[in-house]
Design a protein around this ligand. Structure first.
Ligand code: SAH
Length: 214
């Protein structure tokens, strides 16, 4: 596993690209400049790692587009020590971004292969999540709730109720909602019963699947 000077150079270019697309949060940009995205992809595809595109990983899933990762992370407004629930660990790249921002990350993945891979791989890079779980994100993670922030990195056909209820008052849920195309949606919990909803344009994600779906 190598991270070379040329990769650092490519990352700086990538930072400029996502900045040009509107990402302003310096801490998010800094995380992108540090994390060796090429190591989260299969070795044959390393040349694609620093293009601003999603890319296939194992189990028919994708590593999200860097701009999308940055956009969602910016909306979360991560503070150090925030307790963050991530649904859809995937390659672990978004997880690493959250850890770079000093969040305590609880991440759930429903593909066993990806869960096993990330569990071994992330610590090798020095990224230690609080907890990784193989399971169904529709249920959230009641054992460790409530969370300051929740991020869903798969396209959700609807907003799962447990995710709203596992949010702290003042907390933020960022979730792409829709079937073919998803609208990036932010929920801010104003009180026990009130949620403020904001929508931010269209994105495309792999679908958030139910436990029983293939
Ligand atoms: N953040 C990841 C995105 C991976 S794609 C990355 O950048 O690599 C979305 C991931 O969500 C996939 O790995 C998929 O298996 C997972 N997923 C889909 N439905 C899920 C569910 N119900 N619970 C948990 N994870 C789910």
């Amino acid at each position: 596993m190598k991270d070379l000077h040329k990769h650092k150079g490519l990352r700086n270019q990538l930072v400029k690209t996502v900045q040009a697309k509107g990402i302003k949060d310096e801490k998010v940009l800094d995380a992108i400049s540090k994390i060796p995205r090429h190591l989260f992809m299969d070795s044959g595809f390393i040349d694609f790692a620093y293009q601003d595109n999603a890319f296939p990983i194992a189990a028919n899933q994708t590593i999200s587009q860097p701009y999308t990762v940055a956009f969602q992370t910016e909306l979360l407004k991560i503070e150090p020590n925030d307790k963050v629930l991530e649904i859809g660990t995937g390659s672990g790249y978004q997880t690493a971004v959250l850890i770079e921002l000093k969040a305590e990350v609880y991440s759930i993945e429903r593909q066993k292969e990806l869960y096993e891979k990330v569990k071994k791989f992330l610590p090798k890079l020095g990224y230690v999540a609080k907890k990784l779980n193989f399971g169904d994100g529709y249920k959230g993670w009641s054992e460790y709730a409530p969370f300051d922030k929740i991020i869903v990195t798969a396209g959700a056909p609807f907003v799962p109720k447990p995710l709203l209820s596992q949010l702290k008052v003042g907390g933020r849920l960022v979730i792409p909602v829709g079937d073919e195309v998803q609208v990036m949606t932010l929920y801010i919990r104003k009180s026990e019963k009130e949620f403020e909803k904001h929508e931010f344009g269209e994105f495309r994600f792999v679908p958030m699947l139910k436990e029983s779906q293939k």
